[in-house]
Design a protein around this ligand. Structure first.
Ligand SMILES: *Cc1c(COP(=O)(O)O)cnc(C)c1O
Length: 248
């Protein structure tokens, strides 16, 4: 067999896995949504695509995924032209340095990882420069982990107030990544705390630059619990695409 047909065979196998994985994820999301009094269509599935080749990402899109997220700017730029952007929305979900913001303007529909006024100011500044706006989520460090992105809960109100004043940004909700290795009960408690915070902000808010629509939490290991606790967006990587290969 030629190398090309071998590669082609491996790709077809991977496509098949993605389809099977997606079926399982869809069933799990539907059950968890129903358990929490909602429907499948109330939950957005975002495919976390880091390290995944564009052909495989596009197969997921062609199989029904409508939203993808990258977490590194360079990787997003490398793959950007290849995505089926006619079918799927592209978002940014990773830690973002202010000097990289300019590359995301006009390319992604939402930045999920805003955790400082400085970063938000740069997003707003670049948007104005390009005559556009950006939707953002504020990332909360719900597990109070050192060296982890996200604002601490007690500083969230102040961040929200400052970001809402910026002219070219709309805050669409919150994002969180609870500590890795937490038990199911611990994760559920973190997710519930996030949901409570999300609801509080939605209720008391009257500013039209804050429009709470997304509570983005839950990854491969814990998305069912996240949905049961109130998430309406889950970010799933390895359960959809298989284990990540960082060697390439
Ligand atoms: C990689 C990643 C995910 C998905 O992680 P999995 O455990 O593979 O599902 C979700 N959110 C962010 C921000 C990520 O970087």
């Amino acid at each position: 067999m030629t190398e090309k047909s071998l590669n082609e065979q491996a790709l077809q196998a991977r496509f098949h896995d993605v389809e099977e994985n997606l079926k399982h994820i869809e069933e799990t999301i539907t059950k968890a949504a129903e358990k929490s009094g909602r429907k499948r269509e109330d939950i957005t599935l975002l495919a976390a695509t880091k390290t995944v080749p564009v052909e495989v990402i596009n197969h997921a899109i062609e199989s029904g995924v409508r939203c993808i997220g990258e977490n590194r700017v360079q990787e997003l730029l490398d793959k950007y032209d290849g995505y089926r952007k006619d079918l799927a929305d592209v978002q940014f979900i990773g830690h973002l340095q202010t000097n990289k913001v300019k590359y995301l303007i006009g390319r992604v529909s939402m930045i999920q990882s805003v955790d400082s006024v400085k970063l938000a100011q740069e997003i707003s500044r670049q948007c104005i420069k390009h005559g556009t706006t950006m939707d953002v989520l504020l990332e909360v460090n719900i597990g109070r982990e050192e060296n982890k992105s996200g604002v601490l809960l007690e500083n969230l109100d102040e961040l929200l107030e400052n970001v809402a004043q910026l002219p070219a940004i709309t805050v669409r909700g919150l994002m969180a990544i609870p500590p890795a290795g937490a038990s199911a009960e611990e994760s559920f408690a973190y997710f519930s705390k996030m949901h409570e915070t999300y609801i509080d902000i939605s209720r008391k808010n009257t500013d039209n630059r804050i429009d709470m629509r997304f509570l983005s939490m839950g990854m491969s290991a814990d998305y069912a619990q996240a949905i049961e606790a109130g998430a309406n967006m889950v970010r799933i990587g390895s359960s959809l695409f298989g284990p990540r290969d960082y060697s390439k």
